[in-house]
Ligand binder design. Sequence first.
Ligand code: SMO
Length: 735
Amino acid sequence: MSDRTAGWIGRAMPRREDPRLLSGRGRYVDDIAPAGCLHLALLRNPLSAGRLAALDVSAARAAEGVALVLTGADLAGLGASAVNPLLPEARAVPMQPLAAERVGAAGQPLAAVVARSPEAAQAALELIDFEIEEEAEIADPEVARHGWLAGQVEEAFARAARVVRVTADHALVAPMALEPRAALAEMAEGRLTVWLSTQTPNRCREDLASILGIDRAEIRVIAPDVGGAFGGKASLMPEDVLVAHAARLLDAPVKWRASRSDEFLAATQGRGAETRAALALDGAGRMTALRAELRFPLGHWMPHSALAPARNAGRILPGPYRVAAVDIALTARLMPMAAVNIYRGAGRPEATLLMERLIDRAAEALGIDPLEMRRRQLIAAETLPGRTPTGETLDRGDYAGLLDRLAEVSGYDALRRAQARRRAAGAVCGLGLALYVEPCGQGWETAEIQLLPDGRLRALTGASAQGQGRETAFAQIVAEALGTAPQAVEVVEGDTDRIDRGIGALASRSTAIGGSAMWAACAALKAQARQALAAALGADEVAETDAGFAAGGRRYGWAEIARLLATGDGPVLSASHTHTAEAEAWASGACLAEVALDPDTGVPTVERITWVDDAGRVVNPLLAEGQLIGGLAQGLGAALMERMVHEDGQVLTGSLMDYAVPRASDMPPVRIDSRPVPSAANPLGVKGVGEAGSIGVPAALVNAIQDALIPFGAPDLSLPLTSEKLWRAMTKDRT
Ligand code: SMO
């Protein structure tokens, strides 16, 4: 294939990362082993929250092989970790890397031991004496209270022909990356290098600099290969700080890696919100007002993005639907458990489930088919981009088009007829619809593009990767922009010495914001090349072609330009760009779940999921599909099986023996179709895709199950919808 073939964006190119990652040549934090590396181990609070009445580490300090023991008192000089306020008047509760007077939860570290070997560190932990006076009560738990108000809500409810209500409560769930967290820090020539399994290397550097009280230039953060994250590695964590601090104190490399149990105990959790809402409908079955109460739990401290789920849920609650009047009240409260932070979807699944349950309940109350009910309320494509009653700006999209396509692809009408037949024959089966919107990233991201002396291009992005295939996607974007082949593009990410400013990868933002930054950097490089070429050739006229430039009847590709202009080994040309999103890109989609319940056991079988997605212009359909399917698996887990269980301040789901994650055999047949509408929010027209499956799929599954349960009264059930809950819902009326 010639270099001059345009159209790299949109191609289903296999992931260039795969040969490395799939053959065991990935390099993760724990694979990095500097000579003389010390090991950090943590004494985690085995009791519940309370007052740390006594802590004696003297025997541990004297133990064989121990280099350092840290307690909360030793960290008094450190600065506070950053918490994004996100909501007006929200209070920030930063991390306490080690408990000081108060212990916030089971699992919070009380002391850290750094020793020659993991075994020596572990042995020293056993020598620490402590006393905790348990006290679960948190003095002032509410850290945020916010509302979204628009229109005449009271009046609409007073005049409503019908009012429907739902409750939707979410379990707390574990983000469950394949690779548990890890941190390694080392001093070299007076500078601190920190390897983190993180989504946000650049932001972690800024946070670390302010906590340690040193200049950002004295810290280098490297995120090597990262084995999944899902929000669980989006924010700097206490263990990261301890490793960095210890490496500085000891002037030696220090490493910590989480066990799976560490992650269940002290990594961030997701979801957990308790939500309720009421919908006012007029005589024609149109929504006239929405009232909602959203209660979001936080743990005993707040990571950087702790308030993002709550804020997202409130601001996007009306979703793709027209409703003029809203009264949405939100609270976020501290609880004596591990921190809650963003997790794939981050508030969007909560909003979507609540809204989609309301619409199904309204459809049932009015005797209207759920698909028709939705069709009547969707915001028209012609009015997009447009404002929502919560003050957001929706991107371009075609929600009715998604729904129509879903009806067509799924054979919706035939499925409804089949359901009636199956029900009559004694089956318990349901169909569940859900539409969703997925706002994809606010803020900024950086990119740099360099022309190297050999004609290759080097693309540096602040949007680091955790297995999404970012190298492949960014190479395609650069190839398209510069008229070269993706193979000629090297992609660099995850190193703050090479990328000075950036955020990272989260909130489905990397392609929309990071990709747009790269696109603009490429345009700037082209402009530079054109000028430099004109100067080098003494030509008045240098024209752009689809694969470089033309002047004086000759063509100049990137290799020729590099040869002409190169003066040394460094980059021949380079251009940087910071893209700041003026508006968010909003992906959207429509899902249909077909579910049957075993009447004797309650076991649900997901017979099929059909899904029409709008991710805007898709850079690589293979990658997009991978994201959709991965999100679907996690959405299915949250809907049907995953839950963190806390009792008396203890975590009862501390291992994969107790916590159910979906396996390959739990995955249903899936049919995915796409109906893209390019985004109006960025020059590439791209929208995000990383969270979609976790947003729409759970709502469709819950609606399908609730639909199946209509003959049994369909009471509101909290997530996850385990077979036990379903069996109880089916048997209540029979016994
Ligand atoms: S939950 Mo995502 O990593 O913003």
